[in-house]
Design a protein around this ligand. Structure first.
Ligand code: C2E
Ligand code: MG
Ligand code: MG
Length: 732
């Protein structure tokens, strides 16, 4: 009814606005007609301005204006309105010969223009209001119609309900009895005044509230009491384990609603749903979600519950929680070279071996990929962690025989024990730092967390962050160190070495930032910058007439060498700078090429075919020997500074002549001759070292003795440059 009245109101409103709009429009036309230049154009006479005879339109306009003067002229002041009306009367009365003075004419024109423009605005506004009122009226009519239909259907339903009211009780009773859910009513007296048939499986004949209470597991009774008693949240649910009369235990989700004030119930309505199967399914799903499909071990999701359990174990005593992280070194290569199927089999077997090496109370989890974890609690002594870690490492020693493949897995382990306020994140972060340290120390070892490592971890984070945002052109530069002939001291080459001045960290040595850049997978970009800069510098030197025999070496990282596009990028840089390829020497370390797949060797061969030379850097620092290098395409062997120092101190200890020949150096030189690869010794600082190397047959030297690494314009050696730098294109 209300909707209908509203609709009617809006309909009337719409009509009113429509007629207001029509009136305003009419007035606008009338005003415009009167003020249009045709009709108001005056002719000059002795009396002043004479207005032309009004036409039929004009007469109509005058009438309209007179008839609606209040609305039409409402924008005019009262005296203006009166003036207009007098002038209009004059026009109407005097018919064909209305004569006006110049000022009266101007006055009428101005006033009517003003009234016309106001009427135009009025008409527009009224039109808009009319449209709005129409839409509202239609909506209100629709609502009214819907309300009428709904009321009618409700009335019909009501009449049906009243007709079957008596049958309803019985029907409800049948439905309740048919429900798998149990429905009980506990009267305030404690008696059960109603129970649906499904409840019979739980309770016998004249059961009381206490009987129901007795069926609930003892440990849960206080909660049930609270639930049934005053504390319960009416309508809320709780789940209890209930022993049925047949002895089986079920989980019931119990809802209690206080209906004491309801005249038909007068008690607590208790509905109970058997959720045993549902809870079982949920637990199974949860278990499955926390289990690693490949190994059957608990996965990363299970770590929190496992740590919670460990927490509970240490809460009372004075031990701590230990976390060991286990990661296989170079497992990516296993996957890449042997395929994921073999990789998966190795992981499965590794998991089995580790599990067998652990006790039942030392849970092993697979956190993902090749990373595993063991949680230990309570740990009273850090040596326990070390002991478990050793057991695990030992378990991994034997090679993995899968089909034709027999592969050893090197394992790095990082561990930590925390005693206070152990949160999972803190344990993980610290064990991770220890694991990182184990990897940084070369892998295949156990490292337990020490606070000083946190500083190192922060350095790593800061360095990789600064590198990631570094503007290479501003922050990087290259320095060059001469390589000279051992006997003559004549330069035969230069090694390009990278320098980084970070605006936030200051000078960072390549020995510090390159391993971090490598870990952060940034060496591809860094190496590309070095490659291009080296080529551009060589182009500058070549344009200056660089001595034909001088080579320029530069270092490449493992990450660059592993990239399929590396060789192409080298040739592209050579081509765009227009330099001679045989001028360049690429320095790779033995660990990059020994024991690696054929792809890396093939890349080195392509580079050699393109005219470049390959130099094995830091020889003697790693685990390989010359024999292993036989299969590597190489042109130069660079002996590591550490080896030079070690041999020097060994001879000193043995009381040998420090400048005399060194047997090991001689052996390296003789094998290098077989490989047709000259030897360069790095890090030569003293003349005694130089003499010894000369006596051992080492052909070339590089070191502070003959020149420190300096920017190109500070090199003091003779490179054969004839033209001054200004005459060639600068690369800076
Ligand atoms: P490296 O390639 O073996 O370079 C030789 C290192 O020994 C250089 O250290 C050089 O400055 C230093 N050195 C040379 N003569 C002496 C000496 O007489 N005494 C002592 N104590 N040191 C000497 P630097 O420049 O700090 O570079 C360290 C390492 O960083 C390099 O070892 C190389 O492995 C790496 N690196 C440098 N620049 C680059 C680069 O552009 N790319 C890549 N991937 N690695 C680079
Ligand atoms: Mg080098
Ligand atoms: Mg070196």
């Amino acid at each position: 009814m209300a909707a209908l009245m509203m609709a009617a109101f809006f309909v009337l409103e719409a009509l009113e606005e429509r007629s207001a709009a029509a009136a305003a429009n009419e007035l606008r036309v009338a005003s415009l007609t009167l003020t249009s230049s045709d009709h108001m154009e005056g002719t000059e006479s002795t009396e002043g301005m004479s207005l032309q005879l009004p036409t039929a339109d004009l007469e109509l306009a005058i009438k309209t204006l007179q008839g609606n003067h209040d609305e039409a002229l409402h924008s005019l002041r009262t005296d203006e309105r009166a003036r207009v009306l007098i002038l209009l009367d004059d026009l109407a009365e005097k018919g064909h010969s209305a004569v006006h003075t110049q000022s009266a004419h101007t006055d009428l024109h101005r006033l009517l223009t003003k009234a016309a423009s106001e009427s135009a605005i009025d008409a527009d506004e009224a039109e808009w209001r009319a449209a709005l009122a129409t839409v509202t009226a239609i909506t209100a009519l629709a609502c009214a119609a819907w309300a009428l239909v709904r009321d009618r259907s409700r009335a019909e339903k009501r009449s049906i309900a009243s007709a079957s009211e008596i049958a309803l009780g019985q029907r409800l009773e049948t439905l309740l009895n048919d429900l798998p859910d149990m429905v009980l009513v506990f009267a305030d007296s404690g008696l059960i005044t109603y129970r649906s048939r499904s409840t019979d499986q739980l309770l016998s004949g004249d059961a009381t509230a206490e009987e129901f209470y007795d069926l609930v597991d003892e440990s849960e009774r206080p909660a049930l009491l609270r639930h049934l008693g005053n504390e319960f949240d009416s309508g809320g649910t709780e789940t209890f384990a209930v022993r049925r009369l047949d002895g089986t235990v079920v989980s019931l989700e119990v809802r209690v609603t206080d209906l004491s004030d309801d005249e038909f119930v007068s008690g607590h309505l208790v509905t109970a749903r058997d959720v045993t199967a549902e809870l079982g399914l949920r637990a199974e799903l949860q278990r499955q979600a926390s289990v690693d499909v490949l190994t059957g071990l608990p996965n990363r999701r299970a770590l929190d519950p496992v740590l919670d359990a460990a927490h509970a174990l240490v809460a009372a005593g004075d031990g701590g929680i230990g976390l060991l992280l286990i990661d296989f070194d170079g497992f990516k290569e296993v996957n890449d070279t042997l395929g994921h199927l073999i990789g998966d089999q190795m992981l499965r077997e590794a998991a089995g071996r580790m599990k067998a090496a652990l006790r039942a109370d030392e849970p092993l989890l697979r956190l993902g990929g090749d990373e595993f974890a063991v949680v230990l609690a309570p740990v009273t002594d850090e040596s326990i962690l070390d002991c478990v870690a050793s057991r695990l490492r030992d378990a991994m020693q034997a090679p993995f025989d899968i089909g034709e493949v027999s592969e050893r897995i090197r394992t790095s382990l990082g561990g930590v024990v925390l005693r206070e306020s152990t949160i999972a994140d803190e344990l993980l972060a610290k064990a991770d730092i220890a694991l990182y340290e184990a990897k940084a120390r070369g892998g295949d070892q156990i490292v337990l967390f020490e606070p000083s490592m946190e500083h190192q971890a922060a350095v790593v984070v800061n360095t990789s962050r600064a590198l990631r945002v570094a503007d290479f052109d501003r922050e990087f530069n290259l320095v060059f160190q001469p390589i000279v002939d051992t006997i003559s001291g004549e330069p035969v080459g230069l090694e390009a070495l990278l320098r980084w001045h970070s605006p936030t960290l200051g000078h960072v040595s390549p020995g510090d930032f390159i391993p971090i850049a490598e870990q952060a997978r940034l060496m591809g970009r860094v190496g590309q910058w070095v490659l291009e800069r080296v080529c551009r510098q060589v182009a500058v030197w070549e344009a200056q007439g660089l001595n034909e025999d001088i080579t320029v070496s530069f270092n490449v990282s493992a990450q660059q060498l592993e990239d399929d596009n590396f060789v192409d990028s080298v040739f592209a840089a050579i081509e765009s700078s227009g330099i001679t390829p045989r001028r360049l020497v690429i320095e790779v370390t033995e660990s990059m090429v020994v024991d690696h797949d054929g792809a890396i060797i093939e890349r080195l061969e392509r580079l050699r075919d393109g005219g470049l030379k390959i130099s094995i850097d830091d020889f003697g620092s790693g685990y390989s020997n010359l024999g292993q290098l036989l299969s590597v395409p190489l042109d130069i062997i660079k002996i590591d500074r550490d080896l030079l120092l070690r041999l020097g101190s060994m001879r000193e200890a043995a009381g040998g002549d420090p400048s005399g020949p060194c047997a090991i150096m001689e052996a390296i030189v003789s094998i290098s001759r077989m490989l047709n690869a000259p030897v360069i010794c790095e890090g030569v600082e003293t003349d005694v070292q130089r003499m010894s190397l000369q006596n051992s047959g080492v052909t070339y030297l590089q070191g502070y003795l003959t020149g420190r690494p300096v920017p190109p314009d500070e090199l003091s050696i003779d490179l054969g440059l004839q033209k001054p730098a200004e005459h060639v294109v600068s690369y800076a």
